[in-house]
Design a protein around this ligand. Structure first.
Ligand SMILES: Cc1cc2nc3c(=O)[nH]c(=O)nc-3n(C[C@H](O)[C@H](O)[C@H](O)COP(=O)(O)OP(=O)(O)OC[C@H]3O[C@@H](n4cnc5c(N)ncnc54)[C@H](O)[C@@H]3O)c2cc1C
Length: 540
């Protein structure tokens, strides 16, 4: 034996690359069921790119070289620009080129929002950080429709499939992106406490003075901003560059040093009489911007479901290629129990995500019943799916053992990203309290929710729904999390009973509807048939 032979590498899993990220049965079946099977070809092409080594390298580089703030040029002039690594721009180009930022707004084709959500789900698995401006641009269009003139000017640019980076007059660009600025130092959930002032300038525009504490993707071309106008809190469109080419008075004070989401820039900003234009009615800012938040909340669910699928894929792959105690991990009963449980959670999240995207599609097209269902179901799902993502990521990471704790495995990045969807667009408590508001004030939405659950026609789901309904009558604010969790679980169980193979639905009902929730992954009840669950998770 030569000395070099001591460095032979054995029993290490090869990198998971060169695969089709969209090869995911729960996703593909959901896509078809919700009316977007016409997008299968595009999705699979994106899936192959997402699984390529090239795209994974973009994801790594964009995170290892986080954005840098340049407040001034070399002569001391303020420029307020953020510099990104070229890999960020590659990721953004693919996302915009595939219409992840706006495609449903230019297509009346049924299933357009579903197709877009499925693509967002697949492409997020390469790198989640750049999903932020992509998601905000998609969502901004919904709010901008409250202002026909701004819509006419901006929507074609927002919907363009060209990623055209840089601060220039928006109307001279080939494509633009939009962000959102609501959160201030003194409060984020309580947006009505905002102190930024908006003074009318007499020509239809307003001058904004104040600050925002979190303003992600500050190189976007425009932001929807909340500010206090004479008639109350209102929503404004604030362009970064004015039509005459001068930069609007929006200063980037510093970038946040974040736990995860490191490829994306999140700035603290100040407005010093920045020019902005009213969107919707003055004094009805929350009502206007909530249209945007409703869309970004769907992406929080989609992004969390995508993270679960990514973690599951990595865990399955590792377990297949790594042996311990003489057998592949994937063949060890306890590891199989863990993997099957992770697969169940991932499939339940994916199935609910596609159902919500379908409801969005139909609600936007004018289906009131779907709008009501979506109202209740999205509030519950935003709470529970986002809440499950970090524990799922931690468990998937542990399946890789020590390798999962090392950056090269991508698992630390997935783990650091995982709590974020639970925080923004309404943190856990706020999402759960939103559901309580629906329960108190929108009985038709609650009815639509439980009518959907009942469609399973299954006694296990029916019994669990009965139990939940009984507790609703006496539930107060302090019970909001339990209510949101239980409502999501009965909805997920109902969808799986209708749409997933019986072993998946049976295992979900047996482990999630019993009311003794709170166990770790890998504690499924005895006697379940795990084989089909694992086979399904591993192939498409
Ligand atoms: C990486 C990142 C990027 C972000 N980007 C943006 C952005 O681009 N634009 C933007 O506007 N914001 C952005 N945010 C801000 C985010 O939306 C807020 O952090 C979030 O809404 C919570 O607001 P807060 O931080 O002020 O917390 P608070 O409102 O102070 O809430 C603190 C905690 O109290 C809970 N809570 C609040 N009210 C209640 C209540 N009534 N009962 C019980 N519990 C309650 C919350 O759930 C939370 O857990 C970003 C945040 C992060 C982390």
């Amino acid at each position: 034996m030569t000395r070099d032979a001591t460095h032979d590498v054995t029993n290490q899993a090869p990198p998971l690359a060169g695969h089709d990220v969209s090869a995911d049965q729960a996703l593909l079946e959901g896509l078809a069921r919700e009316g977007a099977d016409w997008a299968t070809g595009e999705l699979r092409r994106l899936g192959l790119l997402a699984g390529s080594e090239k795209a994974q390298e973009w994801g790594r580089l964009a995170n290892e070289h986080p954005p840098v703030l340049r407040t001034h040029d070399r002569y001391g002039n303020r420029i307020d620009e953020v510099e990104f690594h070229p890999a960020w721009h590659e990721l953004m180009s693919v996302a915009v080129g595939n219409g992840l930022h706006a495609s449903p707004w230019t297509s009346a084709r049924p299933g357009a929002h579903v197709a877009r959500a499925a693509k967002f789900f697949v492409w997020s698995q390469v790198e989640a950080g750049h999903g932020c401006p992509i998601s905000m641009t998609y969502a901004a269009v919904a709010a901008l429709r409250h202002s026909p003139s701004l819509r006419a000017e901006w929507e074609p640019l927002l919907a363009s499939r060209t990623y055209d980076f840089g601060l220039r007059p928006p109307l001279e660009k080939r494509g633009v992106l939009a962000g959102m600025a609501m959160t201030e130092k003194q409060g984020g959930s309580d947006v009505r406490a905002g102190t930024t002032r908006a003074e009318p300038l007499g020509d239809g525009s307003f001058a904004l003075t104040g600050h925002k504490w979190f303003n992600s993707a500050p190189m976007c071309d425009a932001f929807l901003v909340l500010a206090q106008a004479p008639r109350g809190l209102s929503c404004f469109l604030l362009p970064r560059v004015l039509p005459d080419g001068t930069r609007n008075a929006m200063r980037l004070m510093r970038l946040k040093d974040k736990l995860g989401n490191r490829s994306n820039a999140s700035a603290e900003v100040e407005y010093d009489g920045a020019t902005a234009f009213l969107v919707g009615e003055e004094g009805r800012g929350v009502r206007t911007i909530i249209e945007m938040v409703n869309m970004t909340r769907l992406d929080c669910v989609t992004g969390s479901a995508a993270g679960m699928r990514q973690g599951l894929s990595q865990a399955l792959h590792h377990a297949r290629h790594r042996s311990a105690f003489g057998r592949p991990l994937a063949d060890q009963p306890l590891m199989r129990a863990v993997l099957a449980d992770l697969a169940l959670e991932s499939e339940a999240a994916t199935t609910l995500m596609t159902r919500l995207a379908g409801a969005t599609d139909r609600a936007v097209a004018g289906d009131a019943a779907e709008g009501l269902f979506r109202r209740a179901a999205l509030a519950a799902a935003k709470y529970w799916i986002c809440k499950r993502a970090p524990v799922h990521a931690a468990e998937a990471l542990e399946c890789l053992g020590g390798n999962g704790y090392v950056e090269e495995s991508q698992m630390p990045r997935l783990f650091r990203e995982s709590p974020l969807n639970g925080i923004w667009e309404g943190s856990g408590n706020v999402a759960a309290l939103d559901l309580m508001r629906v329960l108190a004030r929108e009985p038709e939405a609650v009815e639509a929710f439980f009518a959907e659950v009942a469609r399973a026609g299954d006694h296990r789901v029916g019994d669990a729904a009965e139990r939940v309904l009984k507790t609703l009558a006496s539930a107060g604010e302090a019970d909001a999390r339990r209510v949101a969790e239980e409502m999501t679980l009965v909805l997920q169980a109902s969808l799986l009973v209708r749409h997933a193979p019986a072993p998946v639905a049976d295992a979900f009902c047996a482990s999630r509807l019993g009311g003794d929730w709170g166990r770790a992954f890998g504690t499924l009840p005895a006697g379940l048939d795990l084989e089909p669950i694992l086979e399904r998770a591993a192939s498409a």
